[in-house]
Design a protein. Structure first.
Length: 253
C-alpha cells in the first residue's frame, strides 16, 4: 500500500513538472518574439532626427509621424527614446482602463509584452511633477528590459539621457537615480501637487544608501522641476520594481 502511494505521488509530481515545464516553454516562446510589431512601427513612423539642434526661428522637426501613429492607435500620444539602449517606443494611455496596455500592444493584440504606457492619473502633457511610465522587462531585451542595465555603474554613468517626443515638442531629461523599490502605486501613495510632499519624496530619493542603487547627488532637483519615473519589474521579485528617474533639463518647441 505504501509502495502504491509512493508511485501515485511520483506520477503526480511528474505531471506537475510537465505542466510547469509546459508553462515555462509557453512563456519563453511568448517572450522570444516580443516587441516584433514595434520594429515595423518604427520603420513606418520614424524619420531621422537632425544631428544638431535647429537654432533658427523655424519650427523644430519632430522625427515622429504622429498623424500616422494616431491612425494606428489614437491612444498613442508620445514617443520615448533612451540613447544607448534599445528603448525606442510609443507611449500610450488608455482613457478608461489603466491596466489595458499592461497586456495589449499598440495594435490591441493581447500579448505578454503589452506596451509602454502611462495611467490616467497623469496628464499627457508631461506637466505633472512626476510622470510614471511603465513597461515590461522582456527576456529578449525588448520593452523596458534594458532599464536593468542601469544596475551597472559604468552603464549608469555613460547613458544618462532620455528623450520624449510629442507632436509639439522634444523634451530632454537627465537620469539622476536608478534603484529597486517596492511595488506600491507611487501616484496613489504621494500627492505630488503638495510641494511639501514632493520635497520629502525627492529628499528620500537622494538619501538612498542601497548598494543596488545609483543616485547622482550632484544633479539638482527641486519642487519646481518635472521628473519622469520609468518603472519595470525587478527580476523574479514580484513585490519589487526597478525605477529609473530623470529630470527635465530642456524643451525644444
Amino acid at each position: 500500500m505504501k509502495k502504491k502511494r509512493c508511485v501515485i505521488l511520483a506520477v503526480i509530481a511528474g505531471a506537475a513538472a510537465v505542466i510547469c515545464g509546459g508553462a515555462g516553454i509557453r512563456q519563453y516562446l511568448a517572450e522570444k518574439d516580443a516587441g516584433g510589431s514595434y520594429e515595423e512601427l518604427r520603420d513606418a513612423v520614424k524619420t531621422e532626427a537632425p544631428e544638431e539642434p535647429d537654432v533658427s526661428d523655424s519650427p523644430i522637426e519632430i522625427p515622429i509621424d504622429f498623424d500616422a501613429l494616431k491612425q494606428r492607435n489614437p491612444d498613442a500620444y508620445a514617443w520615448i527614446t533612451v540613447p544607448g539602449t534599445p528603448i525606442d517606443y510609443p507611449i500610450l494611455q488608455s482613457p478608461d482602463d489603466n491596466s489595458y496596455y499592461l497586456t495589449h500592444t499598440i495594435d490591441h493584440e493581447e500579448k505578454t509584452e503589452g506596451a509602454i504606457y502611462t495611467e490616467n492619473y497623469n496628464s499627457t502633457d508631461f506637466e505633472d511633477p512626476n510622470t510614471l511610465i511603465y513597461g515590461h522587462d522582456m527576456r529578449n531585451g525588448t520593452m523596458f528590459r534594458s532599464l536593468l542595465e542601469y544596475q551597472d555603474r559604468e552603464f549608469f554613468d555613460k547613458n544618462r539621457e532620455i528623450i520624449i517626443y510629442t507632436p509639439d515638442a522634444i523634451r530632454h531629461y537627465k537620469i539622476f537615480a536608478a534603484y529597486p523599490y517596492d511595488n506600491r502605486h507611487i501616484l496613489l501613495s504621494f500627492d505630488f501637487s503638495d510641494k511639501s510632499v514632493y520635497r520629502q519624496y525627492l529628499e528620500n530619493i537622494f538619501s538612498i544608501r542601497d548598494m543596488n542603487a545609483y543616485i547622482d547627488t550632484s544633479v539638482e532637483v527641486d519642487t519646481d522641476d518635472k521628473i519622469i519615473t520609468l518603472s519595470t519589474c525587478y527580476g523574479a521579485q514580484r513585490e519589487m520594481r526597478y525605477l529609473i528617474q530623470a529630470v527635465l533639463t530642456d524643451t525644444e518647441q
